[in-house]
Design a protein around this ligand. Structure first.
Ligand SMILES: Cc1ncc(COP(=O)(O)O)c(C=O)c1O
Length: 458
């Protein structure tokens, strides 16, 4: 059985090399074939040459003098650095691209989530259902507003909140669901919207990693009452820092605008003329030079997203042939993913018991930008410490804040396994490289597999 799958693998690899060679020309073919020299069979972590000593993917972020630098200089030289027409232009373009009626640019994705929950009046006494497989900001935004995060375990094949496990977590206090389209792969948002509708729950989408991802040709971020995006430096849409809220609800967007500008009057948020500040607010305004970078990035986001999708399909078709590597699965209704990361599940049993951490270390040594992914968010100390804070103790009963009970009720065994033993990510800019890069990453994984025993002992 092993021999058959090995032969199949060789076949796939050989063909991919031939087709890559045909596309890239003879010199590139020779370069690819050069990676099969005997000394390459020694893993880089054991002193051999790295499989990807060179590569074609760009370093991140990408920018160009004739576009980005020009726009930033224009903003700089205008002397108008605080929010003005460039921010308004960026918001209009973002709303158009995402297919939402309105967009509001804010300082970052974290505060896009904070503000959305606040303006949907989700807070003290409420419970919000969220996935444990996400970045801390999804969960911290719930606590920031005084609500309690309730974790719904994941489906390891898709890395997303499992819709089958949502209803059992709904109580009289549940007010909202926060689907997170994590890694840029859409969650099962249509099913989640149905469940939310049935139980009269608000949906705030964390689309901070999922720019331009689609379900049935509709962009994620436009399904719920609000969609939140991040433009932080590592993101596929990088501005350094930045975020956006999108929604079709004018009244909600007026409130978000007002909130992000101290609570001052805006649109439908009005009082008597001259009455002053209307709602409790804060300051989350975007700057003109951030918007200038954002507008330049928008010119390449679409094309880069298409390329990531093309490369991901190719990469997936190769690694699924390696026993012990199970690539991500997309839900059937996904028409486009964003691929902030290219994830797969690692099964150490097929790698002679080589632990995931060591596998990732060996892959990094081969020159592959990769990561072990998230740690378990539902068990970290911030929860206990927030529950112990003065305001939480004042508002909630001791019974509700019983941490031992909370941990039990929020245990997510599949997430635990995913975080600790299974998930491996390849970083997004790798998907902007060549097929030759992908071929050599596959070769690197096979090299590690063939030498798993030695690496394990090292
Ligand atoms: C899933 C998710 N949510 C929220 C955020 C917060 O975004 P920001 O870093 O822009 O505050 C991030 C950023 O890493 C994220 O990945």
């Amino acid at each position: 059985m092993k021999n058959i799958s090995h032969t199949r693998r060789e076949f796939v690899r050989k063909n991919s090399l031939i087709s890559a060679g045909a596309i890239l020309g003879l010199s590139t073919t020779n370069e690819i074939l050069a990676c099969f020299t005997p000394e390459n069979s020694i893993p880089a972590i054991l002193g051999g040459p790295p499989m990807l000593a060179t590569h074609d993917w760009p370093s991140w972020p990408v920018w160009k003098p004739e576009t980005d630098e020009k726009r930033v200089l224009e903003a700089l030289r205008s002397g108008q650095w605080s929010r003005s027409k460039t921010v308004a232009e960026f918001e209009q373009r973002w709303a158009e691209i995402i297919g939402a009626k309105r967009a509001l640019a804010v300082v970052n994705g974290t505060n896009a989530l904070n503000a959305s929950l606040a303006q949907l009046e989700i807070g003290w006494g409420d419970e919000v259902l969220v996935t444990p497989y996400t970045f801390i900001a999804s969960v911290s935004s719930i606590l920031f507003n005084g609500a309690i995060p309730v974790f719904v375990d994941i489906d390891p094949e898709t890395f997303q909140m499992d819709p089958d496990k949502i209803e059992e977590k709904i109580t009289n206090n549940t007010r909202a669901i926060m689907p997170v389209h994590i890694l840029g792969l859409p969650s099962d948002i249509e099913r989640i919207m149905n469940i939310a509708g049935k139980h009269d729950l608000v949906v705030v989408e964390d689309a901070c990693q999922a720019w331009l991802a689609e379900v049935n040709y509709k962009k994620v971020g436009t399904f719920g009452e609000a969609g939140c995006f991040s433009f932080q430096n590592s993101k596929n849409m990088p501005i350094g820092e930045g975020g956006a809220i999108v929604s079709d609800n004018d009244e909600f967007m007026d409130r978000c605008y007002s909130y992000h500008n101290y609570g001052n009057p805006y649109g439908s948020v009005v009082g008597e003329v001259g009455a002053g500040t209307i709602i409790g607010g804060t300051k989350l305004r975007f700057t003109e030079y951030q918007a200038a970078i954002g507008l330049a990035q928008l010119d390449r986001l679409q094309e880069q997203t298409e390329m990531r999708n093309i490369r991901a399909v190719y990469f997936r078709s190769l690694i699924r042939e390696i026993p012990g590597i199970i690539p991500y699965k997309l839900y059937d209704n996904v028409t486009k993913a964003a691929f902030h990361l290219f994830p797969f599940l690692y099964n150490k049993e097929e790698f002679r018991g080589l632990p995931k951490g060591k596998f990732v270390e060996a892959l990094k040594a081969e020159g592959v930008p990769c990561s072990s992914g998230y740690q378990e968010l539902n068990k970290m100390p911030y929860l206990k410490n927030t529950f112990n804070s003065r305001s939480f103790r004042k508002f909630y009963s001791g019974k509700r804040l019983n941490y031992k009970k909370y941990l039990e009720e929020n245990s997510c065994p599949l997430n635990e396994k995913l975080c600790n033993d299974q998930a491996v990510w390849i970083l997004q800019n790798v998907l902007l490289g060549s097929e030759s890069d992908i071929n050599r990453i596959v070769n690197a994984i096979e090299k590690i597999k063939n030498n798993a025993d030695r690496i394990k002992k090292s």
